[in-house]
Design a binder for this molecule. Structure first.
Ligand SMILES: Cc1cc2nc3c(=O)[nH]c(=O)nc-3n(C[C@H](O)[C@H](O)[C@H](O)COP(=O)(O)OP(=O)(O)OC[C@H]3O[C@@H](n4cnc5c(N)ncnc54)[C@H](O)[C@@H]3O)c2cc1C
Length: 468
């Protein structure tokens, strides 16, 4: 380790790794520091070995999809022929019935019945009157869902799942999350899509949820970031794993150095010209030395996060479903989503074996977050057996892992608190706070990659403009 680097990157998730790739390509001096024992952040792929067998899973499967040509090219260049095009197959389990996605209109009519379908359509038009003609403001997620789908459909499969994810009523959530998640989606766009599908018209829709194919690296989403790591390390640059800053020293709105833990208790100070970091924004503020003003820390304490628990089961069957994801919006089912990794890529499980990832959303203080893996397994098994996926005897092993602060919660005050914090951080001339945790933004991996690329471009521009 040197005493000073041109740029220090803290955080080796997609945003930090993308920033590192661009710095490596521009032949600039940098080091990347990651607190975990592996890079990839939330987009890493975990490997579970059972003797000679190898099962792989993402931390919640990660499809790759982007509208940005530069990011598309970048990822395809890194993964080449190892990037598969996967046809999307998803289902939802609501009120004891499975619903296919892409949408199957006959199945919807059969499962819901004509009365319910009529109710959905009438309610939708009532919402159009209320929100479009009478201009009722759309402030909360509840408003957004009802305005775009009508009360009956919103309650049937949007509001319940959203409340399961966030653990709070949708009228306490900002409409901003809907804009991230289901932008452009409405009952009208769903009907248009059904008509197009039935008439075999190729849809021109830009709505992310309607995308019927996506990219997936053959051996898991983490492959993208392992490829970046291989490039960087081959170029002679360092990635420091299991290291994290204990202090970020600043003066007069300039980050001067970071203090780093090395080997347990001892610490070392490293100087820098620029800092790119994707630490959770609240954690970052707490590392600043001297501490930020009280009102900034107060604003940070009002930003909240949702965490996740995962149960990964390895199964002695060649296949369980045809789906990549199955969603469970009903609140009486304890988990939110299951995924069969083999349906993303057959290389994710050994031959004639498969696996299932079960995802739970919770808060850190919830009982669920601290359940043992046996308790979690016993909790989910009756449901999975009842739905006909497999029997207890088919399960080889199961593993539990947890996420912490995975989902930034867009509640009704997050925006004003975030703006207060950003006004403060934006004053630091040589600081680039990026990524999902760094900006408290609900990003997908392509958006985080883009932030990393842009941070590096902006540093290089700034540097070149300073010199000439
Ligand atoms: C369940 C789930 C499913 C998802 N599905 C998809 C999907 O299908 N498609 C998609 O595109 N995206 C998906 N995402 C989103 C995707 O995971 C994120 O957008 C992406 O990983 C964010 O990258 P990032 O670099 O911004 O942050 P992160 O991935 O969170 O990376 C941040 C990194 O910083 C490190 N770090 C944190 N604190 C410190 C510290 N103090 N010191 C050093 N290092 C630190 C962390 O260990 C981590 O490696 C999903 C996310 C989740 C949770």
């Amino acid at each position: 380790m040197k005493k000073k680097y041109w740029t220090i990157i803290v955080g080796g998730g997609p945003s930090g790794m993308a920033a590192a790739l661009e710095l490596y390509r521009a032949k600039k001096d940098f080091i990347l520091i990651e607190k975990c024992s592996a890079i990839g952040g939330l987009s890493k792929t975990l490997i579970f070995k059972e003797k000679e067998l190898e099962f792989r899973t993402d931390i919640g499967p990660h499809r790759f999809y982007t509208k940005n040509d530069h990011i598309d090219k970048l990822v395809k260049g890194l993964t080449q022929e190892k990037l598969l095009v996967v046809k999307r197959s998803t289902r939802q389990f609501i009120d004891g019935k499975f619903f296919d996605y892409p949408i199957n209109s006959k199945q919807i009519l059969k499962n819901l019945g004509i009365m319910m379908v009529t109710h959905i359509i009438v309610d939708y038009f009532l919402s159009v009157i209320k929100y479009r003609l009478l201009k009722k403001p759309i402030i909360t997620f509840y408003d957004y869902a009802v305005a775009n789908f009508g009360k009956t459909l919103a309650n049937f499969n949007i509001i319940n799942y959203t409340e399961k994810i966030w653990g709070m009523p949708t009228n306490s959530l900002s409409a901003d999350w809907a804009k991230h998640r289901i932008k452009g989606l409405s009952l009208l766009s769903v009907i248009k899509k059904i008509v197009e599908d039935n008439l075999f018209i190729k849809s021109k829709s830009e709505i992310k949820t309607f995308v019927e194919t996506f990219f997936y690296p053959e051996i898991g989403a983490g492959f993208i970031y392992e490829q970046i790591r291989n490039n960087i390390e081959r170029g002679g640059y360092d990635i420091l794993l299991n290291r994290y800053p204990t202090k970020i020293i600043h003066d007069n709105y300039q980050i001067k150095a970071i203090q780093l833990n090395v080997n347990g208790d001892s610490e070392v100070s490293i100087g820098l010209e620029y800092l790119i970091e994707s630490i959770t924004i609240t954690d970052f503020l707490n590392l600043l030395y001297p501490s930020p003003p009280k009102h900034i820390l107060e604003a940070a304490s009002k930003l909240h996060y949702r965490s996740q628990v995962y149960l990964f089961l390895t199964i002695d069957l060649p296949k369980i479903t045809e789906d990549q994801w199955i969603y469970f919006p009903d609140k009486d089912v304890p988990f939110a989503r299951i995924s069969e990794m083999k349906n993303f890529s057959c290389s994710m499980s050994p031959l004639n074996k498969t696996s299932l990832l079960v995802e739970f959303f919770c808060n850190r203080e919830d009982k669920m977050y601290n359940l043992g893996k046996e308790e979690l397994f016993e909790l989910v098994l009756p449901y999975l057996e009842r739905y006909g996926f497999f029997k207890r005897k088919d399960v080889r092993k199961y593993y539990k892992f947890k996420g912490y602060k995975d989902y930034p919660i867009y509640d009704l005050t997050y925006q004003s608190n975030l703006e207060t914090i950003k006004r403060y951080l934006d004053a630091f001339e040589n600081l680039y706070y990026i990524g999902r945790p760094g900006r408290f933004e609900y990003t997908s991996q392509d958006q985080s990659i883009e932030m990393g690329v842009n941070a590096t471009k902006s540093i290089i521009n700034k540097y070149e403009n300073k010199i000439y």
